[in-house]
Design a protein around this ligand. Structure first.
Ligand SMILES: Nc1ncnc2c1ncn2[C@@H]1O[C@H](COP(=O)(O)OP(=O)(O)OP(=O)(O)O)[C@@H](O)[C@H]1O
Length: 260
């Protein structure tokens, strides 16, 4: 049940998805409401990225229903589907930038696909997107191999924001960043959510991100979402996996790990 006034933006019902003989997701149901940051957690290999990729239509589903802004992408014709896809941006694991394109060209890629802007306007918009994520014009002509891991994440976020989306999907946005870089990225995501009114679906293993930015957390286990709620609900849960994840030795509330 959604709280009154909460507009459903993403709805997943009884989703079944997998590869060959393997079923990865078996009966996943989940709601994401407008303007929230929803964190998706679960053990490594449980299917978080598969869920994200299935929602955005990059992986087929076996059964179940997915709606984004009330429409099921799988039931739309090509034109309507492209129009719907323009309303979201995706930051993939490791950024997934095109290695032979400069930072500016990477950010412009979705614009070339979906918009017909003059080159000058596209340059201006792409520079503005890079500034929005805290990068200055000096990165514009650099290719990904010339950028740090944190810069790659930011360029990938700028690309995800290229079409002024209403939803951003983030797959482990802070993985591989040092703690300061990760905290800066968290702040950036929160600021963008607040200033642009973005809805954020974020797959993460980062407990600090979950504490710092997520309004609700969905826990994936046993091939489905076993619970969804705020951090307070996670900390109060007696489910063994949730307890050891959120209250284990590496959590903020666990005993400090002592190195002899
Ligand atoms: N394209 C694919 N073909 C075959 N199997 C796949 C494919 N993509 C993912 N899988 C399998 O689906 C399962 C879930 O993978 P997924 O990447 O969603 O896990 P995850 O929860 O995101 O893990 P992690 O936290 O380690 O990133 C894994 O067993 C993986 O091997």
């Amino acid at each position: 049940m959604l709280a009154p006034g909460n507009e459903l933006v993403i709805g997943v019902r009884d989703l079944v998805s997998g590869f060959g003989d393997t079923t990865v997701l078996d009966g996943v149901s989940l709601d994401v409401t407008r303007g929230e940051i929803l964190g998706c957690v679960g053990a490594s290999g449980i299917g978080k990225s598969v869920l994200l990729r299935t929602i955005v239509g990059l992986l087929p589903r076996r059964s179940g229903r997915i709606t984004v802004f009330g429409e099921d992408p799988a039931r739309l014709g090509a034109r309507a589907r492209r129009a719907l896809e323009r309303r979201w941006g995706v930051l993939f694991q490791q950024g997934a930038l095109f290695s032979s394109l400069t930072a500016l060209q990477n950010v412009q890629f979705p614009m070339r696909e979906h918009l017909s802007l003059s080159r000058r306007l596209m340059d201006e918009v792409a520079v503005a997107k890079l500034e929005m994520v805290g990068l200055d014009a000096s990165v514009c002509d650099k290719i990904p191999s010339e950028l740090s891991g944190g810069m790659i994440k930011r360029v990938a976020l700028a690309r995800a924001l290229a079409l002024d989306p209403e939803i951003v999907f983030l797959d482990e946005p802070t993985a591989g960043l040092d703690p300061i870089g990760a905290a800066e990225f968290d702040t950036l995501i929160k600021t963008l959510q607040q200033t642009l009114g973005l809805t954020v679906f974020m797959v993460t293993h980062d407990l600090d991100s979950l504490h710092a930015v997520c309004d609700r957390i969905a826990v994936l286990a046993d091939r489905r979402v076993i619970t969804v709620g705020p951090m307070s609900a996670m900390l109060a849960s007696d489910h063994p996996w949730i307890r050891s994840y959120f209250r284990g030795v590496r959590s903020r509330v666990g005993e400090p790990v002592r190195v002899a």
